[in-house]
Write a protein that binds this ligand. Structure first.
Ligand code: 5GP
Length: 172
């Protein structure tokens, strides 16, 4: 790996996350929202996003893994922790770091819809990598659309490192 270049600066992230939060506020109004943070990658996006949400928010986390230690999706989703309460009658917003192939999101969406019966289920992702999509998964709210680049920082890792970097970067 070579030098880490900035793709999205800390300032751009903050500005756009506030805008996405505003879209979510406008969509749900005062209705209570259950936010499901997909760990570990969405930890930064989710913690910043929920600061700007104005409705009552319940926070849950699940832990999934699809990349392992590579820079390409393994194509297999590993559910490391899917502990969730009953979501019957609730508005649920899944918060993802990045949608790449869409396999992780499809797995989680199918699981939640088939077993936990929420009133509504929407998806927010910080990054949408549309170009690598292998299914019809689309976010309802997204921060940035990027090309087919492997990115790190702001929660995203390479071999478990770089999650703490406050901007989104890529290796040349
Ligand atoms: P998908 O199942 O959509 O292919 O991939 C979703 C997961 O793969 C993301 O939640 C993220 O953890 C990982 N991932 C996808 N693209 C990237 C990337 O460019 N950088 C990093 N660090 N992880 C990625």
């Amino acid at each position: 790996m070579k030098e880490l270049k900035t793709l999205i600066s800390e300032e751009e992230l903050t500005k756009r996350i506030k805008e996405v939060a505003e879209e979510i506020n406008n969509f749900y109004g005062d209705e209570k929202l259950t936010v499901i943070c997909v760990l570990k990658g969405a930890i930064m996006f989710c913690s910043h996003l929920i600061k700007y949400l104005k409705m009552p928010v319940e926070l849950e986390c699940v832990r999934l893994s699809s990349y392992g230690t590579s820079t390409k999706s393994s194509g297999k989703v590993k559910a490391l922790d899917l502990t969730l309460p009953q979501l019957e009658g609730k508005n649920v917003l899944v918060v993802e770091d990045i949608i790449d192939t869409g396999l992780t999101l499809k797995f989680l969406k199918d699981y939640i819809e088939s077993t936990l019966n929420p009133k509504t289920l929407k998806i927010a992702t910080l990054i949408d990598k549309k170009i690598s999509r292998l299914n019809d998964m689309q976010p309802d709210f997204y921060g940035f659309d990027i090309d087919d680049k492997f990115i790190v920082g702001f929660g995203l890792d390479y071999e478990e490192i770089y999650r703490n970097i406050p901007y989104i970067g890529y290796f040349e």
